[in-house]
Design a protein around this ligand. Structure first.
Ligand code: FES
Length: 63
């Protein structure tokens, strides 16, 4: 599923970035250009990243 349509970033891209250490929207901006155009994806991207980080903290093998 596309999270950021402007930059063609998917949920899988964000999950991969989280696995590689992204822990903030700023990290996603730097790594994937998420939320660097219209910004509509920022809330969704932040929420997905938060879920990934919580999951990896409690169940590292589930990401
Ligand atoms: S949808 Fe992500 S910047 Fe527009």
């Amino acid at each position: 599923m596309y999270v950021c349509v402007c930059n063609a970033v998917t949920d899988k891209d964000i999950i991969q970035a989280a696995k590689e250490g992204a822990c903030s929207l700023g990290d996603l901006r730097k790594e994937l250009n998420v939320a660097t155009c219209c910004g509509r994806c920022a809330t969704c991207a932040r929420g997905l990243l938060r879920q990934c980080n919580q999951r990896s903290a409690t169940h590292p093998s589930t990401l």
